[in-house]
Design a protein around this ligand. Sequence first.
Ligand code: SAM
Length: 274
Amino acid sequence: MEKSSYIMESCDEVKRLETKTGSSAVQEQACWAGLKPGMRVADIGCGSGKTSSYLKEITGVTGEVLGIDRSSDRISFARENYSGDGISFVERDIYQDLSDLGQFDFIWVRFFLEYHRKSQFDLVEKLSKLLSPEGILCLIDLDHNSMNHYGHSARLKNAIESSIAALEKDADFDPYAGRRLYSHMFDLQLENIDIHVGAHHLIFGELKEGEEFNWLQKVAVAGRDSGYDYPDYPGGFEEFYLDCRKFFQDPRRFTYTPLIICRGSRGADSVNVE
Ligand SMILES: C[S@@+](CC[C@H](N)C(=O)[O-])C[C@H]1O[C@@H](n2cnc3c(N)ncnc32)[C@H](O)[C@@H]1O
């Protein structure tokens, strides 16, 4: 499998993840997928550890959550802020051998596959082999990621779409990861597959706390490093950034991204064959 770098890497990534992650969305999604008290859970690409802590609240005192991420900064933050009885964190690259981590009753993979366009299926297959019999795999990702806006100029629309296309071509980013989740589970012959579609990045009217920071970080980190040189903006990236900021601050703008949740389970009698 070909490994990619993380396009949102920055010294502010812990802050961005902490600001944008809310308990109710995580817990509603996990309960819908079948997370129950007592389960052993893996949180793949756990970032700052906030999602792991919300999952732990559902698994209760008899459950266990292991957050896994390859960033030493984010794993240190997670250990300092969220580790405790039944919740721990490990610094690990998902491309490495994970078999020593044991089996899991529930594997949570949210906003992770979008950063691994070329290896998505192989990664899902690898994770599915860590499921205990009847264990649940929950994949959550966005579709048409960050591309649905209304009220912006043709110049801004073209620059947003072109910079995302550059990330898709050169940085292993997949703005359409959400629509592929079902096929991964179908091809792996998982059972009891179900899908839920909702709205993420839903923004209208005045910006709510954290929304401006999240969006401008996306532009400042991924947009700047996309490799696209913003030819329609004489001032280059800086002028594009200001145009984005003006658009997001305008209460008339409308923005949303479809969020797709796909859950499936391993058969009771299935055997892992390497
Ligand atoms: C968008 S963030 C985390 C989001 C979090 N899962 C959530 O639900 O909000 C993606 C995380 O995946 C991690 N990541 C990316 N590629 C990885 C890899 N190959 N192995 C382990 N972690 C990885 C990044 O370090 C980052 O912390």
